[in-house]
Structure formats: structure tokens, C-alpha cells
Design a protein around this ligand. Sequence first.
Ligand SMILES: Cc1cc2nc3c(=O)[nH]c(=O)nc-3n(C[C@H](O)[C@H](O)[C@H](O)COP(=O)(O)OP(=O)(O)OC[C@H]3O[C@@H](n4cnc5c(N)ncnc54)[C@H](O)[C@@H]3O)c2cc1C
Length: 447
Amino acid sequence: MDRHKVVVVGGGFGGLFAAKALDRAPVDVTVINGTAHHLFQPLLYQVATGILSEGEIAPPLREVLRRQRNTRVLMGYVTEVDVANQQVKVVAPGTSYTVDYDSLIVAAGAAQSYFGNDQYAVYAPGMKSIDDALELRGRIFGAYELAELETDPQAIERWLTFVIVGAGPTGVEMAGQIAELAHRTLRGEFRHIDPRKSKIILVDAIGAVLQTFGDHLSSRAQRRLEKIGVDVQLNTKVVGVDQTGIEVETPEGRRRIESMTKIWAAGVSAPALSRQLAEAAGGATDRAGRILVNPDCTVAGHPEIFAIGDMMSLNKLPGVAQVAIQSGKYAARQIIRRVKGQPPGKPFHYRDKGSLATISRFSAVASVGHLRFSGYIGWVLWLVVHLIYLVGFKNRLITLVHWAISFVGRKRSERVSSIQQVFARRAMAEYGNPVYARFGKSSEHDD
Ligand SMILES: Cc1cc2nc3c(=O)[nH]c(=O)nc-3n(C[C@H](O)[C@H](O)[C@H](O)COP(=O)(O)OP(=O)(O)OC[C@H]3O[C@@H](n4cnc5c(N)ncnc54)[C@H](O)[C@@H]3O)c2cc1C
């Protein structure tokens, strides 16, 4: 008899931990992921700022799962879930295929949101993928190179002004790292410009940095950012982005910030697959497009389909790694119970293990239960937690070496970026994505 077929869509935190929890279960598992790698998104900002290489935070999924005999990995984007025929439709470069399932776990994560202004993306890349991080790396280090060539003081200032939109953990971490680049790493490397004169501006429409960490840690983080040279501009809403600057609206009125390098670290939306699945299953999505799920993470009327992680909407759970990991493991356990003929387990219960954000070297904020840490203790906690969750011993070891180079020393090991990494996205926007061209612009991954 055929074994129970489990398809896992997405190889991020949710998908990977779901697949791992199915190891040795009497099922056949197929993991389908848009890329060939798992991605540790919380460290993308370190790839963008030259501390880590992309390989350290993005191990190949098939390498991670190679010992799991009941599991295969396929590359491709699922464009449609056919709930009636229990089948997913997948596109991959130059080809397409379908895969049947008995149980389906959908963990397609979240996409960047520009709040209806997708045209900003060309000038202010977000930070969701390796492509994003490498493009940003090229733009950040490239800005210093081009500033060095300029003679016009205003043009130099424009190249040396970095605007980060969104003062959540990603924006704060980016701002902190660019400040360290400007003040420590690049010191003494240029003959014409002084990198220490860089302006690093962190803007947010709301009135606090790291708002979800509470007032105490939020004000500590802001003070630390200002101390290392970040200009924090709160209650400042971005209303326009173009090649040479950014328009903002504040309680005092509208103004412009001249800047060649803008980074978008604000807003997420659910992937297109979330809406498609909700429509196909007769379910609903929330305002962000995340699919509303039952207390056991299944989609309305379809006990065989689980939606987990960033793309599920359940009890206002946040879009963080632990929600994805725990819901992934939970879905896997539920499937195992069913296959073994056991009654369903209790509804999904999320255990909040806390939140962390680094600000600069040796300084982070951490909120764990009722405890609050900041400064060096927060940073040590951050270091330990990230090392634990990085996938693979080799990656942990190399990452530790690179952290020593950047935090104990002042160098960055990964400053290389190619012209293609910086300009390919614009070319694809103009000429079309050659890889997925034959499928038209059917999914958000086409552009
Ligand atoms: C820059 C950044 C920093 C972050 N920092 C933190 C942090 O410090 N702490 C924290 O807890 N969380 C952090 N997060 C959030 C955390 O990374 C997410 O909550 C977590 O990754 C969600 O896991 P997931 O499995 O739902 O989605 P993801 O990890 O995003 O994985 C989704 C996967 O699905 C694949 N995929 C998407 N669509 C399809 C499709 N149609 N077909 C096939 N595959 C598809 C993608 O390629 C991806 O591999 C951060 C996120 C970002 C972007």
C-alpha cells in the first residue's frame, strides 16, 4: 500500500521544522521550496553589511535533510493548491509539475509590503531574501566608492546619507551596522571622503523604536542608537521614494531627505499563495492577507491542510521564527497522530520564548518573560540564541569566526558584490524575469 503523502510547501523555519518532525514517521514527505536553500532571515542584515556570507545563513535544504530517508526536496514555487484533487501545482525554471498529497503543510512565509506603493521597491530594496541582502550590500559599499569619486559636496552628502525605513528589529539592526561600518570598519580606507561623516537616518511613522519590546527597552535602544551616530526620526511617515531621495511627512509638515541609499524594513504582507489557498478552500484571510486557521492550524473545512508560520492568522500571533517553528512541529505531530489512528491532540498553543534585537556590537535588547536585558548581557543572549538556531555545525563555526573578525576586530569578511547583484532586479523589472517568463506574471515571485 502507498504510504501517507505529506507535502510541505516552504523550507523556511516553519517548513523545515515540520519536515524534521516527520523524520522516521510512517509517511513520505516532499518539501517544495522556491529556492534550493533554507534561509535564516534574522541574520540577513549581516549579509547586507558584509559580516557574513550568504552561505552561512542559507544552507541547501537537501543537505540539511539528507539523512532523513522518508523525505525528498524539490525546488519550485507552488502557484496553486487544488483542494478538490489534493494536488499542488508547481513552477520551476523552465518547467512545471504537480505533486499529490494526503496531508499538506503550507509554510510560504511573508512577502515585503510597501503599503500599496510597490514602485518604491526599485529605489528602496526590502530585506526578505538573499537577493535583497546582496543587492543592499552592493548599494551600501558602492555608495562609499561613488562618494569617493565625487567632487560636488552635495552629491557626496547624498551618497553618504543612508535612510532606513522602519524602526522594528530589522531597521534597528541595519542602522546599527551601517553606523559601525561608517565609524569603525571603513575608517582610514578613503583619501577624499570621511566615512565618519555618513548620515544614518532611521525613520518610522510611529513614535518609538522597537515598539513591541515595551517602553523601557525601546528608550534604551533609541539612546544607544543615537550614541553610535544614528539619527532617529520618529512620527515620520514616508510618502515618496525616488532615485535621489525620500519624501517624508511629519507633524511639522512635509520635507525631503536627499539620499542615494534607501532601505525598506517596514511592513510585511502574506504571499499570493495565501489568498489562492483561502479562495480554493472557501476560507478567509485577515487584513494582511494571512490565512485564517482553526485552533489546530488547519484551514476551514480542510482538516488535511495546515497553514503555519508567517502566513497563518491565529490569535494575533506575531510573525516570528518561534511561531513558525512551533506551529510546524505541531502540524507534523497532528499528522502523525492521524496516520497512527490516534485522536487529534490539543489546539496549538504558542510558548513565547522572548524577543531579541541587536543594536551594535556588544549591545542588544532582550525581552524574556518578565525579564528585560540590555547592553552586553542582552548581546550575549542574542549571540547564544542565534548560534543555537543557525542550521549546521559548519555554519555555526564559520559564523563565530566572522563575528570575532567584525565585533572583536573591526573588519568585515564579506564586502564583495557584483554589478549583476546590484542591477539585475532593475533589468528584470524592465525586461521580464527570464527564469519564470514562460509562466507569465502569475505569482509574486515573477518580479
Ligand atoms: C530581515 C528579517 C529579520 C527577522 N528577524 C527576526 C528575529 O530576529 N526574530 C524572529 O523571531 N523572527 C525574525 N524574523 C521573522 C522570521 O524570519 C519569520 O517569522 C520566519 O522566517 C517565518 O517562518 P516561515 O516558515 O513562516 O516563513 P519563511 O521562513 O519566510 O519561509 C518561507 C519559505 O517558503 C518559500 N516559499 C514562499 N512562497 C512559496 C511558494 N509559493 N512555493 C514554494 N515555496 C515558497 C520561501 O522561499 C521560503 O523558503 C525576521 C524576518 C526578516 C525578513
